[in-house]
Design a protein around this ligand. Structure first.
Ligand code: ADP
Length: 249
């Protein structure tokens, strides 16, 4: 049964790896315009769930609906074209390539112009202004010409966000957006996500409960592949099952 406000929903979603059930009968309902955090101990199935949502892995059983359409089993590019973007990983940046050039490339990819990329400098120029706007949105406007490899870690992660935003997603999936960051970068990232969430729906895997508390409208706690509890942050954090399984660890 779908909640009318759900932009993304899963129904009995399962994924097995050689007989081991990593995601088990997960029902998720993500309301449009909200930030929905997925938390849980290591091995709970968060990454596998993300891979199912983005089409990187097909589910063993169950269904996924997005914006009223069944997207179960669709390949990653079809799902991305429907408006689901996942933040890129720092490891996928090209060290020598400029910061803005990364965003220009992502904007081209969105238009399906990749084949012509190598032929036309003009094409790149077409995307310069919108790329610069996106960099301004994530606070990297002044670093547009720098090689991506020269950025400090926190700014590399901001560039990842810029690449996801270049796809103009309705749903943004963020995989541990503050992982490995110092306090200052964590604060900066929280402020950034609070800005870019406007007009979008965000699902994020996040270990830092302060970050979850600042950003998330709804929290789903996963344990051993199953949903342990879902609800507003304040309710979830004081749930005895959660305290025992995760927060109290
Ligand atoms: P989390 O992201 O919450 O730490 P994962 O989704 O990475 O959890 O993993 C959930 C479980 O599935 C773990 O027990 C993990 O070992 C297992 N798993 C994940 N990916 C694979 C894979 N490709 N092959 C076999 N087991 C996997």
């Amino acid at each position: 049964m779908d909640d009318d406000r759900s932009i993304l929903a899963t129904h009995g979603l399962c994924r097995d790896f050689q007989g081991f059930r990593a995601v088990n009968a997960v029902d998720l309902a993500v309301a449009e315009g909200t930030v929905h955090a997925l938390v849980g101990p290591n091995g709970a199935g968060k990454t596998t769930l993300f891979n199912l949502l983005t089409g990187f892995l097909p589910p063993t059983a169950g269904r996924i609906t997005f914006a009223g359409q069944d997207i179960t089993g669709q390949p990653p590019e079809r799902i991305a074209a429907r408006g689901i973007a996942r933040s890129f990983q720092v490891t996928s940046l090209f060290a020598q390539m400029g910061v803005r050039a990364h965003v220009e490339l992502a904007l081209q990819a969105r238009e399906g112009l990749g084949r012509r990329f190598w032929r036309s400098e003009n094409l790149m120029r077409r995307f310069s202004a919108p790329a610069q706007d996106i960099l301004a949105e994530v606070g990297l406007a002044d670093l547009a010409e720098r090689p991506a490899g020269s950025l400090p870690y926190g700014q590399k992660r901001a560039l990842e966000l810029a690449l996801a935003l270049a796809l103009d997603p309705r749903l943004l999936l963020l995989d541990e957006p503050t992982a490995g960051m110092g306090l200052e970068d964590v604060d900066r990232t929280v402020a950034l996500i609070a800005r870019i969430r406007k007009g979008r729906t965000v699902v994020m895997v996040e270990h830092n409960m302060t970050v979850v508390g600042s950003l998330a409208d709804t929290v789903t706690v996963l344990q051993r592949g199953e949903v342990l509890v879902t609800g507003p942050y304040e309710q979830v954090r004081s749930d005895p099952r959660v305290v025992e399984a995760y927060l109290g660890a």
